[in-house]
Design a protein around this ligand. Sequence first.
Ligand code: HEC
Ligand code: HEC
Length: 180
Amino acid sequence: MFKNITKYACTISLLLAFSVAHADDTLFSTNLYAKFQVKACTTCHDFHEQDKDGLYFNSHAKRRDVNRCQKCHNQKVTGFEHTADWFAMPGLYLSGMDAKETCEEIKEALHAKFKSDDLLAAQMENHLFNDPRVLWAIEGATPNSGKLPFKKQEANLVKGGMEEWKTQVMAWVNGGMKCE
Ligand code: HEC
Ligand code: HEC
């Protein structure tokens, strides 16, 4: 009897170990969803959303002038080559969306349904690996990642650095950008 239980437990733990080792990294939900939902990404995407307490309605209510963003979020703060790249707009994926919604919204923002798989993949890679706002939100991707005006700092960044980000994004892109 005892021997049987041991045998059973062994099989279960082997199965568990196997499934952990083989978590499907072609799915958006496996690695990327949690990374896309860090505050460093979503606070900016939520900027104009009143029901998500977007900054436009609180700390930035008197900082709405789109020509002044770069006065505070200047090059010393962001490290951006073009300071004007620090901006926010609606119509992007938001905090609180689940994995499927987040993924579908990303594709929609890139007008996926009008593009071949190859074109979409190329543009997705370009955005996720080169966009200065994305790099700002990844821990260690640039010396200025997470930096905010008045010596403030966004603490909730994408962890794991650029190498891990690239590996995980490429697994998803090469796997067909599945939204599960
Ligand atoms: C400072 C604000 C800001 C931050 C921080 C930011 N984004 Fe964005 N994001 C934008 C804006 C603005 C756009 C629209 C860009 C455009 O159309 O040129 C955008 C667009 C996107 C798109 C849609 C693709 C596209 O080209 O329109 C994706 C995907 C995206 N962001 C992912 C992220 C991820 C992932 C992070 C964090 C690692 C992040 N963003 C951080 C502002 C930001
Ligand atoms: C007077 C200086 C000032 C101006 C102008 C300003 N900001 Fe900010 N911004 C800050 C400070 C300080 C913070 C730190 C947190 C806070 O105050 O909300 C911040 C935080 C942010 C964040 C949060 C990033 C994060 O992940 O925590 C975003 C996004 C942002 N600003 C976008 C903008 C945009 C877009 C504009 C222009 C429409 C703008 N800011 C104009 C000073 C400024």
